[in-house]
Design a protein around this ligand. Sequence first.
Ligand code: GLV
Ligand code: MN
Ligand code: MN
Ligand code: MN
Length: 406
Amino acid sequence: MAFADANELLCQIERIGVDAERGGYSRPVFSEPEMELRRWFMRHAERRGLELETDGNGIIWAWWDPAGLGRDGAIATGSHLDSVPGGGNFDGPLGVASALAAVDVLVGRGVKPARALAVAVFPEEEGSRFGIACLGSRLATGVSDPATVHGLTDARGITYDEAARGAGFDPSLIGPDPERLAALGAFVELHVEQGRGLIDLDRPVALAGGIIAHGRWHVRIDGRGDHAGATRMADRQDPVVVAARVIESLREQTLAIDEARGTVGRVQVTPGGTNVIASAVDLWLDVRHRGDAEVRTIVAGVTAAAVAAAEAEGCTVTVTEQSFSPTVDFDAELRDAMASALPGAPVLDTGAGHDAGVLSEVVPSGMLFVRNPSGASHTPAEHAEPADVAAGVVALADVLEHLLTR
Ligand code: GLV
Ligand code: MN
Ligand code: MN
Ligand code: MN
């Protein structure tokens, strides 16, 4: 029986989670679109005879183990199905669709695996609902504390536990899963490239070298709400003015360090009326650099600027770390093994975070990138040409065949 290939699989989900307001796709974890994508994945895994299991952290594992070898030393591949608000159809789903298609290639080649293969789907990789990126893999590896996660809230005040329960999960089961992860011999994530590396090299597929350090910080500024016309300028305690300084300072601090990245992509003004001086502002910093210390330096500089600006305006400010992911250099031995299956493949670092980076703490992990002709990601412009998707599937199958038959 012929199954849908990766391009067909991606076409099938083109209508799921379309965000008419923002453009692109919004598929937050545990929302109806993300649940529909999970069901879609499970249907296609079942059709291929994969054995399905969803663990306590909401990670789906679809096992291909034709010889009944068990889990010891298994190879895992996969990615995520949640998206940023207004994102594209490739960040995450490309790795999931390619993994299913790679299983078909392995079956078609008559590969006799010496260990089992799992296709994994991770929840809340983007952290776009509860603020912590790679939440599923962070919980599984013990990097995120379940006690904190239970109480996380989304933009509408819904807690993680409420959302998980609403989607049919038992949130009391979240937490470290060392045995499951220790059994894995390797994890390989295929991902659409989120920059221009492969465009510049004129190549369809690359291996990942590493992931630069990145983190998120919540900045909360409290001031005093009042009337926009009746309040003299001198009498104001306006948190928006402080927020402006925080954003400006982030730009200054980031520009002062070569190759650093600093972003404020989300600002919430309370109550948010044109003729109302705000009472509070919440904003979030995303800061990245190859060196952990540089990220810390930038955040310290912005924090100092925030405190000074708050003091000058009669406001208060708190800066709270939500997550920090140190620089990842992927396992060299695994990369060599992957390179021997893909001779001559270029090696690229990435500025984007991935579950493979979090898992690399406990499982030898690696990644493949597929060329993105727009060079853009976290926008609807993100793309991969069908021929490159197909090349990515073959590359993933080559790597998996090599790892499964060693
Ligand atoms: C996730 O894609 C991130 O890098 O923020
Ligand atoms: Mn991704
Ligand atoms: Mn992403
Ligand atoms: Mn990511």
